[in-house]
Design a binder for this molecule. Structure first.
Ligand SMILES: C[S@@+](CC[C@H](N)C(=O)[O-])C[C@H]1O[C@@H](n2cnc3c(N)ncnc32)[C@H](O)[C@@H]1O
Length: 316
């Protein structure tokens, strides 16, 4: 099941749980980029009022620790989420006061789980969580965002362009449709997309043997592991392990379920080219480098197939 704390728009209602806000109500120093504003559909008065009322330009102190010298870029993403993301219904208006803590920082604290230069596939990126955050915080990673909904891939593509992220490729399609097209990643991430068994079935086929699924889960993590351990083993996954990230920085820490792909299992949830009508895995925007983005430190992850070769012609 998707986590009701996350997401909004065309998948359902936004977040309703009240949360802390460290955001003062003053004008923003991260101005929305004109290109995105021009592309935006007209918004309801209510959404406009919400968007204009929230200022995300003052990141909490913890964001400085998490993003370091990438903080300004993270701030640009926060601003895009709080404006265009809300106007386009990709993030709930009530999320804007907690965009930093609940979304950017919550995703940013997992970055130490990724080897230098790793290839990453983020399944069900939505408005870019955690994929865009990882790309901002770790420019050495080569990141492919897999998302079936056109409205979301359009936003993601614009964000990638606006932020100048040359380590990101946006692919429109369902995870189970893009196997063999996005390459076998070192790490597959997913946040608030599906229950662990279904997620493993979608994500492990996208990882190389020895690669890992990192599923950002909430308090349900242990319960989900108990429930789905056997199913995960059947599809080639190892024993799931919980990684708590951001201990001492955020409360509660981010809970990540890590599953190593121990072996390839034929047909483990992969239905390449199943023709669901939402697209079948072509890139909507190729990363500038076309092969996994910036690499540093000499350690290269698998980057085969990145860019897909289908051309830049996905439906918008
Ligand atoms: C609740 S949203 C979460 C978005 C984002 N990960 C976040 O944490 O805000 C779930 C997302 O998963 C996407 N999704 C659903 N099924 C999928 C599938 N089979 N493959 C890839 N993405 C999928 C949806 O389109 C949606 O954008």
């Amino acid at each position: 099941m998707t986590d009701p704390r996350f997401g909004a728009g065309d998948d359902g209602p936004g977040v309703t749980t009240p949360g802390p806000s460290s955001v003062p109500a003053s004008s923003s120093s991260y101005a929305a980029r004109p290109g995105l504003a021009q592309n935006a559909p007209s918004s309801s008065a209510e959404v406009s009022r919400d968007v204009s009322a929230v200022d995300v330009s003052q990141p909490p102190a913890v964001a400085r620790e998490v993003f370091g010298d990438r903080l300004a870029l993270a701030g640009e993403f926060a601003q895009l989420l709080a404006t265009e993301g809300v106007v386009r219904g990709l993030i709930g208006p009530r999320e804007t006061p907690r965009i930093w803590e609940r979304h950017l920082v919550n995703c940013g604290v997992i970055t130490h789980l990724f080897p230098i230069g790793a290839s990453v596939v983020d399944v069900g990126s939505g408005a870019g969580l955690p994929g865009i955050v990882l790309a901002v915080a770790r420019p050495d990673l080569g990141i492919t965002l897999v998302e079936p909904l056109a409205r979301r891939t359009a936003f993601l593509t614009e964000v990638v362009d606006e932020l100048g992220l040359d380590n990101v490729t946006v692919v429109r399609g369902r995870a189970e449709e893009v196997v063999g097209q996005v390459g076998e990643a070192d790490v597959v991430t997913a946040r608030a997309v599906a229950a662990l068994d279904k997620l493993a079935g979608w994500c492990l086929p996208l990882a190389r043997v020895g690669g890992r699924l990192l599923a950002l889960k909430g308090s349900s993590a242990e319960e989900e592991i108990d429930e789905h351990r056997a199913a995960i083993a059947r599809i080639g996954g190892g024993e799931p392990v919980i990684r708590l990230c951001g201990v001492g920085l955020i409360d509660p820490p981010a809970t990540v379920v890590e599953v190593v792909k121990e072996r390839a299992v034929g047909g483990s949830g992969a239905r390449s080219g199943s023709g669901s009508g939402v697209g079948s895995g072509g890139p909507v925007r190729g990363a500038g480098k076309g092969s996994g983005g910036r690499r540093s430190g000499g350690a290269r992850g698998s980057d085969q197939g990145r860019g897909g070769g289908r051309g830049n012609n996905r439906r918008g």
